[in-house]
Design a protein around this ligand. Structure first.
Ligand SMILES: Cc1ncc(COP(=O)(O)O)c(C=O)c1O
Length: 389
């Protein structure tokens, strides 16, 4: 049994969620549900390995040695039934960094890059900030469940300027775990139209009971036409170690990506991240299974509370991630007023759905990787604020 109930004081650790929280909630003692990291300590097995590495004392340049690659392979095989090879591998210091590297490596300024919206906001930056053209295919919101508009996706993929697709799988913020069939259709459309797929699978291990993650490269036909981005960061709350594992089975694409990554300064597996990865991937499975049941039970509490006490809001049923997507359009407050309401009346620090694209206007994203008592407090504050409206 691991500890998922202790409330950890993260103030003055430099945490974005706390020490950069906007006023007036900054020093309020309210636990934020914003940035996608967890209010739980990483697995104790990882903390021990990190401490041991720290006490060793030589924080030199380090790379993906055999112990590291064996751990990575073991995890992909046991968790995702995916056999990877050493020469598919490239290290980057984050998945967002990898998205930018892929955009620069595989497209020219002005080329189109396809995304499905609403989506994790840095997808927009990876395209716009590199001078490429964003081509959006809006997901269809069917009573809270999001689906791919394949006709639209196909017509966008067929545009001559579109060269790359950034796929979010599982999809933040709407919590879909794309099925094998859906991924097959995406792959077929992209292959047919000469569009390379960058599959951001950072949430691949955070899959709720009843669902299964499919590695994009394992879909028939896809492996030669994709970049798969993974990391220890979301899975084990290790984002601050800045280390991601990118896999590219196609040797030509691998070389192009690796060269571009080197130009951008990648190459080392950070010393502490190496120790953490080996411990997490070899010894972290039980901790992760428990975490998933805690997150699942938080989702259960959230669904029940909204159904019974706040039925005017619709909550999307998450299949993966620890992120809840809540439709608050029924309040009819408009964008600014809804933000004000959440902060000043409900006293909840969450994410404004609009940051994920215009279809997110009126929605909120809540991070449920926190002790249940804190989620309960937030729900009660929201209920009270709604009653007082
Ligand atoms: C879909 C997705 N990709 C990437 C990231 C961040 O990746 P990194 O911290 O490795 O850059 C996040 C974090 O929330 C995410 O949700």
């Amino acid at each position: 049994m691991y500890d998922f109930t202790t409330i950890i004081d993260r103030k003055n650790t430099g945490a974005f969620k706390y020490d950069f929280m906007p006023e007036p909630l900054r020093d309020s003692g309210i636990v934020p549900m914003t940035v996608a990291d967890m209010e739980f300590a990483a697995p104790p097995e990882v903390n021990e390995a990190v401490a041991k590495a720290a006490f060793h004392g030589c924080y030199g340049y380090t790379g993906p040695d055999k112990a590291y690659m064996d751990a990575v392979k073991h995890w992909q095989k046991t968790r995702h039934d995916w056999e990877i090879e050493n020469d598919w591998y490239v290290v980057t210091n984050g998945v967002v960094q990898a998205l930018g590297i892929a955009v620069r490596a595989f497209t020219k300024p002005g080329d189109g890059v396809l995304i499905m919206t609403p989506v994790y906001h840095p997808f927009y930056g990876a395209v716009n900030d590199n001078g490429r053209t964003l081509v959006k295919s809006a997901l269809i919101n069917n009573n809270g469940r999001y689906e791919i508009d394949f006709d639209d996706l196909e017509s966008k993929a067929a545009l001559p300027e579109v060269k790359l697709m950034l796929l979010c799988s599982p999809h933040n913020p709407i919590g879909r775990v794309w099925s094998r069939d859906e991924l097959q259709r995406i792959s077929d459309i992209c292959l047919k139209n000469g569009v390379l797929v960058v599959s951001d699978e950072i949430h691949n291990d955070l899959i709720l009971p009843g669902f299964k993650h499919t590695v994009f490269a394992s879909v028939p036909g896809a492996s030669e036409n994709c970049i798969v981005c993974t990391a220890i960061s979301k899975t084990f709350n290790l984002a601050g170690l800045s280390c991601s594992n990118i896999f590219i089975p196609n040797p030509e694409l691998h070389e192009k990506f690796r060269n571009r990554a080197h130009v951008d300064g990648c190459g080392c597996v950070p010393y502490i991240a190496r120790a953490a990865t080996i411990a997490a991937y070899n010894e972290g499975a039980n901790w992760l299974d428990e975490l998933i049941s805690v997150v699942d039970s938080n989702f259960g509490l959230l669904y029940r509370f909204f159904e019974e006490r706040l039925p005017m809001f619709r909550v999307t049923r998450a299949e993966g991630t620890y992120l809840a997507w809540i439709d608050m359009r029924s309040l009819g407050l408009g964008h600014e007023k809804l933000n004000e309401f959440m902060i000043e009346k409900a006293r909840i620090a969450d994410n404004d759905g609009e940051m994920f694209g215009e279809a997110g206007d009126g929605f909120r994203r809540w991070n449920l990787a926190l002790p249940q008592s804190l989620l309960n407090d937030a729900l009660l504050r929201l209920e009270k604020a709604v009653k007082e409206l």
